[in-house]
Design a protein around this ligand. Sequence first.
Ligand SMILES: Nc1ncnc2c1ncn2[C@@H]1O[C@H](COP(=O)(O)OP(=O)(O)OP(=O)(O)O)[C@@H](O)[C@H]1O
Ligand SMILES: [Mg+2]
Length: 249
Amino acid sequence: MTTMTAARTAARVVDAVKVYGAGDTAVRALDGVSVDFPAGRFTAIMGPSGSGKSTLTHCAAGLDTLTSGSAWIGGTDLSSLDDRRLTLLRRDRVGFVFQAFNLVPTLTVAENITLPLDLAGTRGDQEWIDALIDVVGLRDRLHHRPAELSGGQQQRVAVARAFAGRPDVVFADEPTGNLDSRSGEEVLGLLGRTVRHTARTVVMVTHDPVAAAHADEVVFLADGRLVDRMESPTPERILDRMKALEVPS
Ligand SMILES: Nc1ncnc2c1ncn2[C@@H]1O[C@H](COP(=O)(O)OP(=O)(O)OP(=O)(O)O)[C@@H](O)[C@H]1O
Ligand SMILES: [Mg+2]
């Protein structure tokens, strides 16, 4: 049995260490990170390039494994699962949005959104998916193919796909990295709305202080370590914090 903290935790890592490679070329991408992502909240992860943001999200989402320490989705320790159970957990409880939208070009918007469910052989919750289509504003594009959509629209499809199976937590690694600022704003507004309307949890990596200010809280990484957390962030406060991280005194 796990002891849960007062506020429910959707995902967390404890003493997370990730070492890539071995010997002289070994890289310690995560160097003892403990962080929890509270349920029903939008958390942003920031930090200089190479600070371990992608590694943290991949390990927390069960897409990669830690060298030591533990990664939890709700009350489940991912290291306690065999490959099959881990695949099922990822399918049923976790969503992921990548920088590249990763849509299937031959499928329509509607088919892309329900693809994970179709692969799992389930119809999913039709009411939920229907509501999601409105939240992401794609009702009039359902029968288009990705090539017929703008970048922002494509990423909105990817967001809808990530939420389609009613996951406990959605991880997004620089979801606005390939978008212009207006499309980026749309996707960020969408992530914020989805958290508020559906009480889902989102963890988003970003380089952009304006993007991170959409979150309820920002966690800062530097050199594979958690160095700060900021509630109710503003772009100005984030920028100040980032400057301090990037120019070590
Ligand atoms: N597959 C890998 N093999 C070896 N080293 C890796 C691998 N993936 C990441 N690293 C290294 O681990 C460290 C952390 O990488 P990570 O991708 O997590 O950083 P990041 O904060 O996401 O950076 P960015 O902002 O540039 O995306 C870096 O030094 C990187 O070079
Ligand atoms: Mg990265």
